[in-house]
Structures are given as structure tokens and as C-alpha cells.
Ligand binder design. Structure first.
Ligand code: HEC
Ligand code: HEC
Length: 464
């Protein structure tokens, strides 16, 4: 594939996420397969290979470029708790800048609402690198499309239901279990009392305040501009990036982890968490596709316990789906938060492949936050089917049915070990698991080749 085809393919598939971002549009246009690294034609393409270093015009380190007026307003909105019904929550509460823009309260799912008492439905993903997500496609292009099988990819949220960063950023303001405002009118009224209102109208014009939906839409655009422009969302300065640039060597354990992560006969993690680069960008560690892993039910989410009556924002969708017939199931692409694919039952249980960048600083993992260490996540992949009693347990700790967070009727969607993209229950021994965890710890940003000792000094990556 020649260079212009690569660029065309990237533009065609990346659409919304890149359209507003001149830095990265230029970066992709400058993509040069002659770098000798594995450039993918499409962000949906999985695989390994020699990763590309950051493009020459990648964003400089944090704080050295001025944000546009729009992004500067977005930054203020992102951190402003006064825009929430509780007065105590902002985007930064669940996406903390000092914790890779993910949650830092050790909870499986966040609390929200007017009194911060409503448990949310899903674990907070990182917002870092989210701006590179392509738009949602029901049949994402893959190197080898699978006949008669839907192969969705892209989109924002764990089920891809939001088409752009700007549309996504409107939702938390009016979600009952997040910032808890009742409709755009309440959000707009709060904004009108904020000291930076004139900065907002200088960017969007005062007429935008005449209509609260337009006000909220403009807030979404400002926040999206912040997430696109501010280098702290995509610094590409992990130890792994420094290794790819030739600035540091990985330890023997980290290197062994990278090998197990990539090896088709062992982890084969790269078949979904790709290390090859979308043209012009360093590895994203996701191909943005959707998969059904059969993640265990998390009993720490109250709605999963069946005893409590469900609040109005939790759709009781579990009836008539076969035993054990829980009240509520989160089935990702087929609902209930996403509504347009409900009849595509082969997609029930599928969630978007998340980036693994900064995964070492996350405190809880998977869409329902069921695990709280990388050790558990990687062990789950390795022994899901060989030791199911360890993973699938009832609230009292006794063994539960296999894939207990999916209605029995959809258990067949869980991808078997011979999944065409690679083994889902990979062949990793105890040493491999430790090595893979050490490798995942090299994906945390903030590595300084001049001061390696200051890196990863806390949490589960400490001392690795
Ligand atoms: C109460 C916690 C909470 C608050 C407040 C919150 N988020 Fe989130 N965020 C989440 C959760 C949980 C998800 C996953 C939701 C889903 O998949 O349905 C998410 C998803 C996202 C995503 C999608 C990431 C991806 O990879 O698809 C982005 C971007 C995001 N949030 C940005 C924001 C912004 C901007 C704000 C403020 C306007 C915000 N969040 C406020 C918890 C929160
Ligand atoms: C077939 C695709 C696929 C393969 C292969 C795969 N993953 Fe994943 N991975 C996913 C999906 C999908 C999720 C999100 C699932 C969810 O939220 O329920 C995920 C989530 C994760 C998470 C949690 C991230 C977070 O922010 O919560 C980690 C860590 C992870 N994978 C590591 C690995 C490792 C290590 C391997 C190889 C042993 C691997 N994955 C192989 C698809 C895959």
C-alpha cells in the first residue's frame, strides 16, 4: 500500500476524531512507512510488529503550548464542580488528571447524582488517548473480514454509543448517576453564574446562551477541544515509548513480558491490544474492536444483587433471559445503555477493547470494575476456562455458573480459545503472567530517561 492510500484510509476511517485536530491531521499526512516500522492502514487493524516512534510533529511536553480559546474554556469546564447538581463533582472527579484521567477512589464504579449516592453502572475508563478513537462502524474494516459476522469497532463509551468526543462530553452533565442535572436548562443556568462566562461567550458568541441545548453542545465542543489539544492527554512518554525511541532498554522481565504479550502461541494480546501503529501515531494498544470476554459479575455493584429495587435509570432487562435470571445485566453493545443494537443478540456481552496505556495506575479493571489488580486481570485471561470456579463466584464466594454476568442464552457469545483474532484463554504460565504485568507497567506515562529511578514508584507497579 503506498503512502497516499494509507493517508486516505486513515482519513476515511478516523473521521470525527481527527477532523477537528489539525496537529494530528498533519501528523497522519506525514506518516512515512519508510520509517521501517509497522504502519497500519486502518486504526482497526490488530497486530504486532516494530512500533513507530512518535511523529516529529507530535505534541510537545505538557504545558509548553498554549491552548486555543475554545480548549482553554474546555479546561475550565472539565474541572468545575459547580456545574454539577451536587456541587461536588466534575469530569476530573472520575477522570483525575493526576491519575491518568481515570478514577482514583478505588471504587469499581463511581458514585454520582445530586447527593453523590447513586452508584454508576460502569468503571471509569481513562480519557487519555481517547481522542484517537475512530467513529463507530458496525463492520469495521479488518485485514481479513469474517464472513457473515458483525465486526463492530470505534465510537466513544465502552459500548461506542457516542459518535464523538464532543457529544460524549455533554452526557455526564445530565446523567442521573453522574453530575445529575435535570436537562440542559439546569446546566446552562449553572454556567451563567460562573466567573468564566465571558470567556465562554467570547468563543461561542452570546447568542449560544439563548438556547440551553446549544449551550450544552458548545460546552461539549470546548471540552473535546481540550481533550484533543492538551498534551497531557497524549504525551506518549511512557517507558515503552522511550524504549521504542531507543532511549532506554527494557529489563529482562519487561522484555519477556512484551514477548509473551505479542507471541501468537502465548498471550497474543496484540490481536486486540495492537502494538503496530495506526499511520503516523505510536501504538495505541487497542484496535478499537468489540469482544465478549465473559468478565465475571461484580457483586459490589448494588444493582447486580437482585435484592434491591432498581432506581429508574437502571433498566431491568434480565427477565425472560434464562436462569439465573438476574434483574439487570450490562450487555455492552446490545444494551441496555446502548439501544440501537438490541436485536443483534450476537453482540450481547461485547465491550470495546480499551487502550492499555497507563493501565498500571488504574485501580479497578474491566467495564464493571470487577478486578483490582493487573495480576488478577492477566491471570483471568490465562485460566478463565481451566479454573472457572476461581473466577465465577456467587456473592457468598461459592462457585457460580460459567460467565455469570451474561444471560445463559448469550453465553455462546463468549469467545473461545480458538477465536480467529487469537486465543482468549491464552497459554501463559505463572512466570509469563508476572512478566506481562511488568510489561504493562512500562505503559505508564511520565518516564524520564534522565531520571529513571523516579518512574513507577507507587502502587502495583512499584519495584517492577
Ligand atoms: C461519575 C463519574 C464520571 C463523571 C463525573 C464523568 N465521567 Fe466520563 N466516564 C465515566 C464512566 C463510568 C464512563 C464509561 C461509561 C460507559 O461506557 O457507559 C466514562 C466515559 C468517558 C469517556 C469515553 C472514553 C472512551 O474511551 O470511550 C470520555 C471521553 C469521558 N468519559 C469524558 C468525560 C468528561 C469530559 C466528563 C465531564 C463532562 C466526564 N467524563 C464526567 C465516569 C464519569
Ligand atoms: C479478543 C480480544 C482481546 C484479547 C486477545 C485480549 N484482550 Fe484485553 N481486553 C479486551 C476487551 C474487549 C477488554 C474490555 C473488556 C471489558 O471491559 O469488559 C479488555 C480489557 C483488558 C484490560 C483491562 C483494561 C481496563 O482499563 O480495565 C487489560 C489489563 C487487558 N485487557 C490486558 C490484556 C492482556 C494482558 C491480554 C493478553 C493476555 C489481553 N488483554 C488480550 C480484548 C482483548
Amino acid at each position: 500500500m503506498n503512502k497516499s492510500t494509507v493517508v486516505f484510509a486513515l482519513r476515511a476511517f478516523v473521521g470525527i476524531a481527527f477532523a477537528t485536530n489539525s496537529i494530528w491531521t498533519q501528523a497522519s499526512a506525514a506518516a512515512n512507512p519508510a520509517l521501517g516500522c509497522s504502519v497500519m492502514a486502518s486504526p482497526f487493524q490488530a497486530g504486532s510488529g516494530v512500533p513507530c516512534p512518535p511523529p516529529p510533529n507530535a505534541p510537545p511536553p505538557q504545558g509548553t503550548t498554549a491552548l486555543s480559546g475554545k480548549a482553554a474554556v474546555g479546561k475550565l469546564l472539565f474541572g468545575d464542580t459547580a456545574l454539577s447538581a451536587s456541587g461536588n463533582q466534575s469530569c476530573a472527579t472520575c477522570h483525575a488528571p493526576n491519575n491518568a484521567f481515570t478514577a482514583n477512589n478505588n471504587a469499581p464504579v463511581p458514585l454520582g447524582g445530586a447527593a453523590l449516592t447513586f452508584q454508576g453502572l460502569r468503571n471509569s475508563p481513562t480519557v487519555m488517548y481517547a481522542s484517537f478513537t475512530p467513529g463507530f462502524l458496525l463492520n469495521a474494516p479488518t485485514p481479513a473480514p469474517i464472513a457473515n459476522t458483525l465486526h463492530p469497532g470505534g465510537g466513544f463509551m465502552r459500548d461506542g454509543r457516542q459518535p464523538s468526543l464532543a457529544s460524549q462530553a455533554q452526557q455526564p452533565f445530565i446523567s442521573s448517576f453522574e453530575m445529575g442535572n435535570i436537562g440542559s436548562a439546569q446546566v446552562a443556568a449553572r454556567l451563567k453564574g460562573r466567573p468564566y462566562l465571558s470567556q465562554f461567550t467570547a468563543v461561542f458568541g452570546s447568542s449560544v446562551l439563548n438556547n440551553s441545548d446549544a449551550t450544552l453542545a458548545a460546552m461539549g465542543q470546548a471540552i473535546a477541544a481540550f481533550e484533543v489539544e492538551d498534551p497531557s492527554f497524549h504525551p506518549f512518554n511512557s517507558k515503552y515509548d522511550a524504549y521504542v525511541r531507543g532511549q532506554v532498554a527494557l529489563t529482562a522481565q519487561e522484555l519477556a513480558g512484551l514477548q509473551a504479550f505479542s507471541d501468537p502461541s502465548r498471550g497474543h494480546c496484540v490481536s486486540c491490544h495492537a502494538t503496530a501503529s495506526p499511520a503516523g501515531l505510536p501504538a495505541q494498544f487497542t484496535d478499537y474492536t468489540y469482544h465478549t470476554l465473559g468478565v465475571p459479575r461484580n457483586w459490589k455493584i448494588a444493582y447486580n444483587l437482585d435484592s434491591a429495587s432498581l432506581p429508574p435509570f437502571v433498566p431491568a432487562n434480565g427477565s425472560n433471559l434464562g436462569l439465573p435470571n438476574h434483574n439487570y445485566y450490562d450487555m455492552g453493545l446490545c444494551g441496555p445503555l446502548r439501544t440501537d443494537l438490541a436485536s443483534n443478540t450476537s453482540l450481547c456481552g461485547s465491550f470495546k477493547v480499551p487502550t492499555l496505556r497507563n493501565v498500571g495506575v488504574k485501580q479497578t479493571y474491566f467495564h464493571n470494575g470487577v478486578f483490582s489488580s493487573l495480576q488478577d486481570v492477566v491471570s483471568f485471561y490465562a485460566t478463565r476456562n481451566s479454573n472457572p470456579a476461581h473466577w465465577y463466584t456467587k456473592p457468598d464466594g461459592t462457585p457460580d455458573i460459567l460467565y455469570n454476568d451474561l444471560p445463559v442464552a448469550y453465553a455462546k457469545n463468549v469467545e473461545p480459545t480458538n477465536h480467529p483474532g487469537g486465543p482468549i484463554a491464552p497459554n501463559l504460565n505463572a512466570t509469563d503472567i508476572q512478566n506481562v504485568v511488568s510489561f504493562l507497567c512500562t505503559l505508564t506515562d511520565g518516564f524520564d530517561p534522565k531520571n529513571p529511578a523516579a518512574y513507577n514508584t507507587s502502587g502495583q507497579c512499584k519495584g517492577r
